[in-house]
Write a protein that binds this ligand. Sequence first.
Ligand SMILES: [Zn+2]
Length: 436
Amino acid sequence: MATTTPEIVLPPLALKAAGDSESQREVNLAKVVRSPGFPTLVLLLADTVGKWADRVILDFTAHHVGVKQQVDGIWVDLPPMDRPTGDFMLATLKQLCNLDFRERETRQESTFTGQLDAFKYKFHVRCQPVPTGERVQIRVDLPRPQPAQLVEMGMREKAYERVKQMLKQGKGLLVSAALPGDGASMSWKGVRAAGDRFTADFVTFEQKGAVEDEVINVGSVVYDSLDVFDDRFRELLLKEPDTVFFSQVRSPEIMRRIVDKGLSSNRLMVVQIDARSAMEAVFRLQILGMTRDEIQKHLVGVVAHKTLRRLCIKCREAFEPDPSVLAKLGIQPGRVRQFYKQFDPAAYTTLDKKGNPIPPPTCPTCGGTGFFARVGLFEVLENDATLKSILQSQKKFSEATQMWRAAGNPTFREEGLAMLALGITSIEELQRVLKS
Ligand SMILES: [Zn+2]
């Protein structure tokens, strides 16, 4: 009896291989499409871009290959592959990247491009050996515009005006606060973009290795280690920039130099620090060695940021909130008629005659994730009478937050509830973000 292999219909992803010459690129691609790992690779890449995932990690361990995708900042595990399937796919991927597919002991990096329907993608591949085998990262440049300005990220005009005013003060300390991975690089980009617009001349000052590609621009100074920090910083200040941006300030040694050398130069120093809220950033400055007097004297303000995933407007589902849910969220009855939630495929899955599930069609906009793109929540804290009184009375963190809120400053919670009422996000997503 003849057996037939079920035919896999591959998505029409048109790939372009890497290579030093046109003929080499053609040879690489011809080898790729004939290779046994090709179908698995195409399915993975098409699934990735279909969900608007911008990162894939493949973890090669002794017996299997772990696969995860990052969609809008959230890591999602896919079913693991067996080693042979993963090995074949990796060999194909390396051939596509014009890398040595036999080499598994050294770090290799390259890029390739692809087109699916009307969208073009660039894939950045990095393979590195790890004790358990190999770790491969595929980063995708998605063809959707990345917001560059704080207002495009979701900051309200009124808050943006306050940030503009802070930047225009031209001296003191401005803090950009977020947690790593929670849109920290996005808000940092936004604060820098605002600085670019409202200060005449600005420079970023960062340690080698901590610099992200996108951060490198004309006005960037990179120092190798703390030993040369002072020299580089002195040289930089002699050029009299209006504003200096320091990304990822995590040590009291760096903070002390910024306070002593930077703030005494009567210029604006903008620092990025890890903190969950604007008030936490004020407390973090003390952990980084600033005294309360120094904070009162130099702090201009804090811009704190969190990111929420936006519900996909194509497939989100409206529902009438239960009064008890509204009460729990502190929303007055009658204020919000409907909320929206993430599409639930299980609710629309039917069964065929044999009892096999037939899932509903995948949403073409979000690829079935239920979310599409992100929006920022912001807290803007100014060094005003409220903050001064908080610092002078040495309030504890929770009391300080209460006082600040009572003075009429909207917190992440209030900002998030507004997004919820507008149908931009779901209750579950807001709860996830507020907890983090
Ligand atoms: Zn959708």
